[in-house]
Design a binder for this molecule. Sequence first.
Ligand SMILES: C[S@@+](CC[C@H](N)C(=O)[O-])C[C@H]1O[C@@H](n2cnc3c(N)ncnc32)[C@H](O)[C@@H]1O
Length: 225
Amino acid sequence: MSQNYLAKHYSKLILPLKPEVLTDQENAHIQTLLPEYGKILDVGCGSGRHLIPLAKMGYQLVGVEISSEMSQQLLTEMPEAKLFSGNINSKELRIELLSDYQNYFDLIILMWNTLNELAYNENELADLLEFLSSLVTPTGKVLIQLDQNVITAPEVLNFETTYAEGENKFTYISKLISWDQQQHISICAEKLITQDETVTGEVTQKWWSFAEVSTHKDILEITLI
Ligand SMILES: C[S@@+](CC[C@H](N)C(=O)[O-])C[C@H]1O[C@@H](n2cnc3c(N)ncnc32)[C@H](O)[C@@H]1O
């Protein structure tokens, strides 16, 4: 989901997979992990599904998002949002974040399988979690939301969804083209069809299990979806 080609139609095609009521439930859970007006870093914040409503509730939000189109969508809706548009794994962005936010956040959130796009092996996972732990306060937490269904049933990555708005119809097709049983790595072919265009692309994800991630740090709180 990291590519701009998807970002272009993200709000119409992908977000309907996460109805507002679900986002509200997720935000309610996030709030239980925070002090009043706590500070949150939303890594892979997308177009702001959590960042925008939580910021409106009075929490202090900082977002990181690699997709420039997704970042643009977020800033269009909330021009005053504090957003780093870049790669959380890049040296430059890490230096920037550390200089402003070392031991700063009460909570870091990686929602809707974002972790799966950020770390593809144990070393990358350890490196990322080490970095994130340097940004939270000594009592801070990292919330990682993972979809465990995929590990037991990778075929759930084959799906098609259609969203209609007036005369316009949008279709999103995800097809599993390979599955690495040992590593839990998927490659999916994706196709987006709108009235005007059809775009295709491939997405690779490493589907981390709860056990794999939770053994790394004691600061983690992992939510299954
Ligand atoms: C599965 S989406 C989740 C979006 C949002 N958190 C939500 O719950 O709706 C993963 C997001 O992470 C972003 N992303 C992927 N790799 C990234 C990276 N290396 N650095 C920052 N963001 C990244 C993608 O562009 C995408 O917006």
